[in-house]
Ligand binder design. Sequence first.
Ligand code: PHE
Length: 505
Amino acid sequence: MERGAWKSNTGFVLAAVGSAVGLGNIWRFSYMVHENGGALFLLPYIIALLIVGIPILILEFAIGHKMRASAPQSMHTIHSEWEWLGWWPVIFVMFGINLYYVVIIAWCALYMLNSLRSPLPWAEGSEAFFDNQFLRISDSVFVFDGIRWPILLMTVVIWFLLWFICIRRIDRGVEVACKIFMPALLFLVTILVIWGLTLDGAIEGIEEYVWFTRDDLPQLAQIHVWRAAFSQIFFTLSIGFGIMIAYASYLPKKTDLVGSAFIIALADCGFSIFAGFAVFSVLGFMAYTEGVTVAEVVASGPGLSFVVYPEAIALLPGGNHVFGFFFFLALTIAGLTSAMSIVEAFSSAAVDKFGWKRRNVVSVSCLVGAFGSIVFTTGAGFYWLDIVDRFLNQYGLILVGLLECILVIWYYRIDKLHFHLYDANEGGYPPIWDIWWEWSVKYVVPLVLFIILAWSAIEDISTPYGDYPSEAIMMIGMGWLVATFLAAGVFSVYTRHRDNDRLSL
Ligand code: PHE
């Protein structure tokens, strides 16, 4: 069998952490914290991690490990009519989330190179540089206004790198890359945090980040804060992506899945919170230099890391080039190890189901991916990214998580998976753990996810997201979800016919 396997358990944990720790931990996490109430956001974030994140991570590991297959084949084994639930996430992540994700990695790589230029290209104002020179954002969602060539070029380079790594077997490609990149990333971010904390005004930034007052509490009554926290947990742990199912399928028969899940989840969220210190101390420094409050300096939305951080770097009395370079290098590395995980998950799905050659699947999907990324490198790319990100994460991932629980409960029996987890780990688990996990997957997770989904849908219907025209939201946001859903249906019908044909031969 050409499936391959992890060389070591550490290799697996590093690769899973590599998938989990990505742009989501620095770029997305920092603007989520800022948009949703600063320090107060950490509360729903941690609650979401504990009550939904970790149980689903364990569930996905258990499914992949027990079925020894990537998502579609695993779902098929559970119930043959549910194969689409395996295809849908790997398709919408590979040909949805990953398309813009790679473009953002390309921005990071370009900013990294730009940091070396003297004077810094954004010396005159980082927001104006980002919006009008770097992205040259067009007037509206449907005005594309041409391609931004440097961004497209770098996007192609990133897709090439992904191809170069993923074309190898898992233990020689992804595992090796993560073993080098992950320690390097931790090292870089540690330097950035220590340096950030020494800046004047850092304390005010940190206060905004970790401290909230009574007056902030009413924020917790707002659904958008909870929805953002839950979707951030799905995004950051790479759950609902089909990735963790595929990764667990490459593990040996005897392994401690629950322990690994805890390590991975805590490492990932710990990393976000840790990296937050680097970002917020720099915000504090900026506020101090400009004589305003922290809340006033922060530009919101996906531009945060590309506007505020560079601006702060430009203000530094010394070392600006080095710190700019390090920050964007860290983001680039973090993004690469995540993007490769979905190429891997999609490819292993196609190899498992169609029996195609790995090399061909990886080559074709990276090529298609690179073409798909083009729209995000146009003048309207920023709007498209914002809409796709919002819909695929807040509906797609959460829905997949909910359906996974339902599928397992109805068609498989959670205690069988539970037994499998026991069986795989020779040491067993403490009794308290038993009750907690089964209860979570059976009742808590489905209930919470259902409430979040229903509530967001109601809110989105009454007030459409952002300032976008509603056709744009329907077409781009819902369109992407529906189109990938149909593609998943086609894939599963196709494999069913093929299997039937084989049986009747
Ligand atoms: N967990 C990743 C992150 O936080 C999300 C991701 C994984 C995105 C794989 C794309 C592909 O950045």
